[in-house]
Design a protein around this ligand. Structure first.
Ligand code: EPU
Length: 356
């Protein structure tokens, strides 16, 4: 049975270290526990939040008048591996419980010679969260290796399995992000994710120029898996994107805004521009923020929040901050970029009980 406990300060469970209390908290590790907890709460009409690593979440100071279902890692069957041999290649199919820590899976993949997530090293949070926003970094995204996602559908009250083609993956989005159950939560609770990895010692072709430079290879070339992991961790550390309790630059939710995808005419001279298949262009939110006058370290009123001193796209808690202060800084930046460039930034993290 799930373990029940007293009300929890969500600030203790988010990487921003912000957020008031939840009315109640339940820990669920196995599929049966997650389903039992979610279905009982839905039957009672109690709002719920399924919480993994808390690394992409902004919670209101008022907290959450509902129950947090905190994912634990099951002891057994957390990761199951099936080898697949074809005439010319060798693959592995790996099914991972939602509560497994994402970077533990990446570290294992690199050690085992499973190719396809090495560039996603050092990302905080749990495996179950990764298909929801199609986690991506350094030229990879989970949509490239996810084969199936097993969920609890809160509306149909049953377990469903979505093939990758039915997940509607896009840049930082999927059907799991779009399909809502209510204001607090999504319709689908991810139970496990099945990945298909090629076996090998070399990485997938390196698709991010900054990573290729740091590895000393051309874009499109490969490098040993462990070297790619080390290089990505180094780049992420340099940007304050690897959690470190002693470093306030990492008291963040990662990128606070998504990179805007806009009409080419809107992209300012000199800004990064990545043409999309449909004729639009993805540009850099960090660049827009920087050039609109918000440099690294730019402080909010009161000085308890600021842009990261290592990257303009991360909003950080310098200690003792309130969510209201973080949101005020976020609004100032969004409004400043809109005024300067006519581009409206959208927040990337999930908000609970508050909005920009
Ligand atoms: N830049 C600035 N100022 C800065 C930092 C960056 O002007 O302080 C400009 C530079 O021109 C730089 C460009 O922004 O070349 C892009 O920066 P970066 O390579 O760090 O990537 P990003 O677009 O800011 C995205 C993801 C990150 C991911 C990195 C690496 C989004 C919203 N963010 O950031 O993901 O780690 O690429 O692939 O797509 C996250 O989603 O939480 C996250 C950290």
């Amino acid at each position: 049975m799930p373990e029940h406990s007293v009300p929890a300060r969500l600030a203790d469970r988010t990487t921003l270290r912000l957020g008031g209390p939840a009315a109640a908290l339940v820990t669920a590790a196995t599929e049966d526990e997650i389903i039992a907890a979610v279905d009982a709460l839905d039957a009672a009409g109690t709002p719920l939040l399924v919480l993994g690593g808390g690394s992409n979440l902004v919670v209101a100071d008022e907290g959450f008048d509902g129950t947090v279902v905190a994912l634990g890692v099951p002891d057994r069957d957390a990761v199951t591996v099936t080898e697949e041999s074809g005439p010319d290649d060798h693959h592995v199919e790996v099914t991972v419980a939602a509560g497994v820590v994402w970077d533990d899976l990446v570290a294992r993949a690199v050690a085992e010679g499973w190719v396809g997530v090495e560039a996603l090293s050092g990302i905080p949070g749990t495996v179950g969260a990764t298909p929801i926003q199609n986690v991506g970094a350094y030229g990879q995204e989970v949509a490239q290796t996810v084969r199936r996602v097993r969920v609890w559908d809160r509306r149909l009250r049953g377990v469903r399995t979505f093939d990758a083609a039915d997940c509607a993956f896009g840049y930082r989005t999927s059907r799991f992000k779009r399909d809502r159950f209510d204001a607090a939560g999504g319709r689908h609770v991810v139970l496990s994710v099945t990945f298909g990895f090629a076996r090998g010692e070399l990485s997938a072709p390196v698709a991010y120029a900054e990573l290729a430079r740091s590895l000393g290879v051309e874009v499109g070339a490969s490098a040993p898996l462990a070297e790619v992991r080390a290089a990505v961790l180094g780049l992420r550390r340099g940007k304050g994107m690897v959690l470190d309790a002693a470093d306030h630059d990492t008291w963040s939710a990662g990128s606070f805004f998504t990179n805007p995808v806009v009409d080419p005419a809107l992209v300012p001279e000199g800004a990064p521009a990545y043409p999309q298949p449909d004729g639009t262009v993805k540009t850099s939110a960090a660049w827009l923020i920087d050039h609109a006058g918000y440099a690294k370290g730019y402080p909010g009123d009161g000085g308890t929040v600021s842009l990261s001193t290592k990257h303009t796209l991360a909003l950080t808690n310098r200690g003792g901050a309130a969510t209201s202060e973080l949101l005020a800084l976020a609004r100032e930046i969004r409004d400043g970029v809109l005024e300067r460039y006519g581009i409206e930034l959208e927040n990337e993290p999930v908000t609970l009980g508050c909005q920009l």
